[in-house]
Design a protein around this ligand. Structure first.
Ligand code: V1D
Ligand code: CA
Length: 484
């Protein structure tokens, strides 16, 4: 194990993970690798940090005291719990390298990558003022210090994890900093700049025939769906809130894929307040059918934690246990698995959730008491428990009848998949490179059309929306420790 990232462990034994299986898992074949670059938690999304920015209590360029809900510090909190529960002792730990520019260009367009590389809070309002909008930069996707490195760090971790799965010397790979599912090839979107998921899936496609992508973030996984909309080699399934005005506005059941990809995009649109039993039963029912019909050779699971109850941006009622049950269901299939993060805005619960899900992947039992040795113990007050009560802020607006009908609609779509795409890796023609190249070109054409459409729509749109997050912001600031 490469444990160079971590300091010496001086914890009491009581806070450590107990293995669910006997002894030291002598018969367990499941090898788990964890990818974490400790620098990833030190970045700060800043809104309006440029010249002339007004931000109460913050100086210009001080990105720490801004109201953006995406807090990379949640990744430091998660890692802290993973270490203090002793989970790092049960898996291989890697500090992955940053993705290269060439790797980003495998999906993203060169003018967008060039922009990402050059943009800084200092040149934003001078050199780049005219093009910020072209790349969808603004309140959701601000320019902040170290943006380029941040993108390369989280993407590098997803690519390293995918490569490990391609080498087939690991069954499960985890990168909690990844899962930024909204980024498009040509623009940022919804707090996401580089789509590490698309890049990781493209890597997996070199070694695996069928990739199943599952997304349990409360937002629709639009960027991943769009990237693979016309192929049957990737099946995408997103569970999300779908209501007028809720971001990103896509993800109706009618979005089913097109051309070769027709029927290979599944959407599960939900209303506010869905509870544990409804969600997990729906997830199990749909995903079991998808797995049986599609027979994926590898799975990518985006575990956005904004689907938890009490999330600052979310509106579901899920407990950490139920969110983790979805992970448990997928893990039980024993298919190579890439597990990624995503959204999640009540950061102490994000950390709890992803630490718990790490334990699920390891078949380890964690004590409910947060380890007293955690440097960030204050974040977990007042109960200091791994499984706090998260339910109750919103009523469940999903009736049993709604969910039954939704399942029927999706099963109807799945009936079109009468057998998984049959191409086997060993049967791939000699000209596989050319074949994949052609498929790429077709996808590029589709993306070109989509981009043109989107630019047209955007130029017509009059966007007056503004999020008033002051009270949440102040709440967050109270909980934010000095990270330097
Ligand atoms: F509340 C905010 C404060 C500051 C800046 C942005 C926000 C905010 C909240 N919700 N922005 C949103 C969503 N954007 C809109 C815009 C209004 N416009 C016309 C669009 O409603 C974006 C939500 C992004 C969710 C990201 C994610 O959770 O899915 C994610 N997954 O992986 C990484 C992030
Ligand atoms: Ca989702």
């Amino acid at each position: 194990m490469n444990s160079s990232t971590f300091t010496t462990d001086t914890r009491s034994r009581s806070s450590r993970a107990q293995l669910a299986s006997t002894h030291i898992r002598p018969h367990s074949k499941t090898r788990v690798a964890y990818f974490h670059n400790k620098d990833v938690g030190s970045f700060h999304y800043g809104v309006g940090t440029g010249v002339g920015a007004v931000c109460k209590g913050a100086s210009v360029y001080d990105t720490k005291k801004t109201g953006h809900p995406m807090k990379p510090h949640r990744l430091t909190l998660t890692n802290d719990l993973v270490i203090n529960y002793g989970l790092h002792e049960l898996m291989d730990v890697y500090c992955p390298r940053m993705a290269t520019e060439a790797e980003l260009l495998e999906f993203h367009e060169s003018d967008y990558v060039n922009f990402l590389k050059k943009i800084t809070p200092q040149n934003r309002d001078t050199e780049f003022a005219d093009v910020l909008g072209n790349f969808n930069f603004g309140d959701d996707c601000p320019v902040f210090d170290g943006l380029w490195d941040f993108c390369r760090i989280y993407t590098g971790a997803s690519l390293a994890a995918a490569q490990k799965l391609c080498m087939k010397d690991m069954e499960i790979c985890v990168n909690w900093s990844g899962g930024l599912h909204h980024a498009k090839s040509y623009e940022a979107s919804g707090f996401c700049y580089v789509n590490d998921i698309v890049l990781a899936i493209r890597q997996l496609l070199k070694y695996y025939v069928r990739v199943l992508y599952i997304d349990i973030d409360i937002h629709h996984g639009d960027g991943v769906q769009e990237a693979f909309y016309c192929t049957d080699r990737v099946m995408t399934v997103s569970f999300h809130k779908y209501e007028p005005g809720f971001f990103p506005g896509t993800g109706d059941t009618t979005e089913i894929g097109s051309e070769l990809g027709k029927y290979y995009s599944i959407n599960v649109p939900l209303k506010n307040g869905i509870d544990d039993d409804s969600y997990v039963n729906l997830f199990r029912t749909i995903m079991t059918e998808v797995k049986d019909r599609y027979q994926p050779s590898v799975i990518v699971l985006q575990c956005g934690a904004d689907s938890l109850g009490l999330d600052r941006l979310g509106a579901f009622n899920l407990s950490i246990k139920a969110h983790g049950d979805c992970v448990k269901i997928i893990k039980s299939w024993q298919i190579p698995l890439l597990v990624l993060g995503g959204g999640g805005y009540t950061i102490h619960n994000v950390a709890r959730c992803w630490a718990y899900e790490t334990s699920v992947l390891l078949d380890a039992n964690l004590p409910n008491e947060i380890p007293g040795e955690s440097k960030y113990l204050d974040f977990f007050e007042p109960d200091y428990k791994l499984h706090p009560h998260l339910v109750g802020r919103v009523d469940n607006q999903n009736t049993k009848t709604d969910l039954k009908r939704l399942t029927e609609v999706i099963f109807e779509q799945l009936r079109h998949l009468d057998g998984a795409p049959v191409i086997q890796m060993q049967e791939l023609p000699d000209g596989i490179a050319e074949y994949l190249q052609e498929a790429d070109e077709e996808l590029a054409d589709t993306r070109e059309d989509q981009r043109a459409n989107k630019r047209m729509k955007r130029s017509k749109a009059h966007d007056n929306e503004f999020f008033d997050g002051d009270s949440d912001q102040e709440q967050d600031e109270e909980n934010t420790m000095d990270l330097d």
